[in-house]
Design a protein. Structure first.
Length: 285
């Protein structure tokens, strides 16, 4: 991939996710897994060949046993004991999957760290059998907007400049367009917003570290933040994003992607002008 298209330090992403902790800090992954599960139930179909991509073993979280598990954190077991047989460790940007191998592909909060998202989606679409389904959750554009604003303001005020600290997340329209560009039929992108509260911004940052969701931008500042910058960011966060109880809020947007590999039995849109009922007649009282 050309350097100009690289946003994330993929080695650092894998390092962060390798250190991912368990417990309550993974609430975001559980929320996203529940959202994928609901959409999977709506589809209501059996899938014998399932591919789960990501360090949290999305397939097992959803109660679907994957035929193959692709770890993206450098550990074939996904950082958990008893990983599924055949687990592999590959970068999500270079999936070693033969064309038309799976009925269902799942990914839980992994693709927002991919540099070449269109390319990764094309690989997933090719891995699906005709009429196969792709279901994924990824973080969207308004995620951590409070933290982003607080850090940018504080750094500009204390240093006279600002460096990127929060990832540039895709918005809903972009996500839907990317599915269509990748060749998925009947692409759907929908979004849910989760707002959580903390008694202190440092506790939010601690949980982000445990999630493996800290800064991995290539253009990030390589040195530790100055004490006065962090102090000002904390003050700004409390001043602008706290509730009546004095707790700060943090926004997470989860974009859910659903796409189908083209298949012969899928419904096709009618040819323009082929309708045999006019809108005028349909609207008559």
């Amino acid at each position: 991939m050309a350097e100009g298209y690289r946003i994330f330090d993929r080695a650092l992403v894998r390092q962060h996710t390798r250190k991912r902790a368990g417990g309550d800090a993974l609430y975001l992954f559980r929320e996203a897994a529940n959202g994928i599960r609901e959409r999977l139930l709506d589809i209501n179909r059996d899938s014998s060949k399932v591919l789960a991509i990501g360090p949290l073993r999305a397939g097992e979280v959803l109660g679907v046993k994957p035929e193959l598990f692709i770890a993206t954190d450098g550990r074939p077991d996904g950082g958990q004991d008893g990983g599924p047989d055949g687990g592999l460790d590959f970068d999500a940007e270079q999936l070693p999957i033969k064309d038309q191998s799976f009925d269902l592909v799942l990914s839980n909060l992994d693709f927002h760290w991919v540099n070449d998202l269109p390319g990764a989606l094309v690989q997933v679409r090719r891995a699906l059998k005709p009429d196969g389904v792709f279901l994924a959750a990824m973080l969207g554009g308004e995620t951590l907007r409070e933290l982003r604003q607080s850090l940018l303001f504080a750094e500009a005020e204390t240093t006279g400049g600002a460096s990127p600290r929060i990832s540039p997340f895709a918005d809903l329209r972009d996500a839907g367009d990317l599915l269509a560009r990748a060749g998925f039929a009947m692409p759907v992108a929908d979004i849910e917003t989760l707002t959580v509260s903390y008694d202190h911004p440092l506790k939010l940052m601690r949980d982000l570290r445990k999630m493996g969701e800290t800064n991995a931008l290539l253009g990030r500042r390589k040195t530790f933040s100055r004490k006065d910058t962090m102090a000002r960011a904390i003050d700004y966060y409390f001043e602008h994003f706290s509730n009546e109880e004095g707790r700060i809020r943090a926004t997470f947007q989860i974009i859910y992607l659903t796409g189908w590999a083209p298949g012969p039995n899928q419904p096709k849109p009618l040819r323009p002008g082929s309708a045999n009922v006019s809108l005028k007649d349909a609207l008559k009282p």
